[in-house]
Design a protein around this ligand. Structure first.
Ligand code: GLU
Length: 267
């Protein structure tokens, strides 16, 4: 069996959407995209999948709302911006998901919640209970309270940690680049898309380029680190363009889009 075919059978799915996909370059929310995302995720739920969304964008949205031109560097402004933006984001998600009668919940995590066994077990139980109740959890780093040593460095890492915590079958990273290429496609028109990656080797790591917009955090490097974490728990991971969230249907139907990182051997 090809790994693409296996994706159809995955039941528990974590989808991560990055800041550059959630927002326009000016930091304001891309409503059209989030509405499509809610439609696709609610539809996957109707198919019987369990879905967790990890959404970035709080800091970008909050920064735009507060009139900052860039992601603030001073921690107190970062935290203030993220708090403002997180409230807007959740409100918008809730409204869009409500159109499809899909209940959502907000879960904000710090590294401490995963390092500490009791807190980790509590977080895991909350996820399980929400999924059991048919709720779609929406996760972000708890930016308002996390200081540098306690925050997840980026949401690619956070989404892989969540995938591990809930033993997901599949993590999909929706991003502003449509796949992993053998060299930077923005600079090199001959760049080739890698459809399937079996192992994140040093050669694959060397293919990671630079990161995107003024408000973004991660880049290809953090996505490859997420792929390694997924592999350690046997979960498949896909990097794909978030431009049209309907791509999630295509991924799950086994179409050859984006890059799949194999989590465990394909029988
Ligand atoms: N937690 C940050 C936010 O919501 C994003 C971090 C990331 O995108 O990696 O703005």
């Amino acid at each position: 069996m090809n790994v693409r075919e296996r994706l159809k059978d995955h039941k528990r799915i974590v989808v991560k959407i990055g800041t550059a996909t959630v927002t326009y370059p000016n930091g304001r929310i891309n409503l059209r995209r989030l509405e499509q995302l809610a439609w696709v995720l609610a539809d996957l739920k109707n198919q019987g999948k369990e879905v967790v969304l990890v959404s970035s964008g709080a800091m970008g949205v909050g920064s735009a709302a507060l009139g900052f031109a860039h992601r603030p560097t001073e921690i107190r402004f970062k935290q203030a911006a993220a708090s403002v933006g997180q409230a807007s984001l959740i409100q918008i998600y809730k409204n869009f998901f409500n159109e499809y009668n899909q209940k959502v919940a907000q879960i904000l995590l710090t590294k401490e919640d995963i390092k500490n066994d009791t807190r980790k077990a509590t977080a895991s139980r909350t996820f399980e209970t929400l999924l059991h109740l048919g709720v779609l959890p929406i996760v972000n780093n708890n930016d308002a309270v996390a200081t540098v040593e306690f925050e997840f460095s980026d949401n690619d890492t956070l989404s892989a940690v969540v995938a591990a915590l809930i033993r997901a079958d599949l993590l999909v990273l929706l991003t502003d680049i449509d796949a992993l290429y053998d060299c930077d496609p923005k600079k090199n028109p001959d760049a080739h898309r890698l459809s399937i990656v079996e192992e994140v080797t040093p050669e694959i790591m060397a293919m990671a380029g630079e990161k995107g917009s003024a408000f973004s955090v991660g880049g290809m490097e953090t996505k490859l680190a997420a792929a390694k974490l997924c592999k350690s728990i046997g979960a498949d991971m896909v990097i794909a363009s978030g431009e049209n969230p309907k791509i999630l249907h295509r991924i799950i139907e086994g179409e050859d889009v984006g890059t799949v990182f194999i989590g465990r051997d394909v029988e």
